[in-house]
Design a protein around this ligand. Structure first.
Ligand code: DC
Length: 233
């Protein structure tokens, strides 16, 4: 394990604050940031563009062989590129969000994306933050630090609504909440890699905590673990 980048897993449901917190932490720590939800969204976008149904396993498997994704931090944002094209805005529409939830329930897609997620993290210089649903349980069960961020459904829907508004995506709070409820149910109920906290994850409920406090809690824990891992390297 020596020489491997320091791996931080941040899992939790949509709107719990994972993206915002991960971005700030990655910047402060100088770590790479792998938004695994964006990867599932890219697969859904490709399927949509190619006219594939989100449950067409054979079609999805063929498509996965052609997925080329990379991330690039530009200013405050972590941009995602699909085959060299910046699709950061296009992958956030409600249609692609539902598609991502559906393709992510297909075992063929989860298996196909496992190596890609690991490679993007292991290519990092000193460390990587991966945010998603199954990072601490499946992608990196031996991550150096694991967190599970949660918040109550109303708080999460409002955050997602405001985020979409800022990105210029039209929506209503009601639609965001009902999409979120459907996606939460699908993400939690699926048989492969369902959304669930790893037994050894630090759980943080961000419903009533200011962002700065959530970031501070995670940062202190990460730095403490980095300090205790260093002598072993
Ligand atoms: O975090 P997000 O909303 O961008 O994720 C989009 C979808 O992808 C969401 O419905 C859950 C799924 N997903 C997943 O199943 N596993 C991950 N590691 C990340 C996301």
């Amino acid at each position: 394990m020596s020489g491997r980048p320091f791996i931080v897993a941040i899992d939790g449901p949509a709107g719990a604050g994972k993206s915002t917190v991960s971005k700030i932490l990655a910047r402060r720590l100088g770590f790479a940031l792998v938004d695994t939800g964006a990867i599932y969204r890219c697969v859904a976008l490709m399927a949509r563009r190619e006219g594939l149904a989100f449950n067409d396993d054979a079609g999805l498997e063929a498509l996965l062989a052609r997925v080329r994704i990379h991330f690039q931090v530009q200013g405050e944002d972590n941009h995602v590129f699909l085959g060299g094209q910046d699709v950061s805005g296009e992958i956030r529409t409600p249609d692609v969000s539902m598609g991502a939830s559906q393709v992510s329930s297909r075992p063929v897609v989860r298996a196909g994306l496992l190596q890609l997620q690991r490679r993007l993290a292991l290519e990092a210089q000193s460390g990587a933050i991966l945010e998603g649903r199954d990072i601490g349980t499946v992608v990196f069960p031996d991550a150096d630090a694991k967190f599970f961020l949660e918040a109550n459904p109303d708080v999460r829907a409002r955050r997602r609504f405001e985020e979409l508004f800022e990105k210029g995506v039209e929506s209503s709070l009601e639609d965001v909440l009902s999409d979120q409820t459907r996606r939460d149910a699908a993400d939690t109920a699926r048989t492969v890699a369902p959304l669930k906290a790893a037994d050894d994850a630090v759980r943080v409920d961000s419903s009533a905590l200011p962002l700065s406090e959530v970031v501070q809690t995670l940062e202190e824990e990460i730095r403490r673990r980095m300090g205790s891992r260093a002598p072993a390297r």
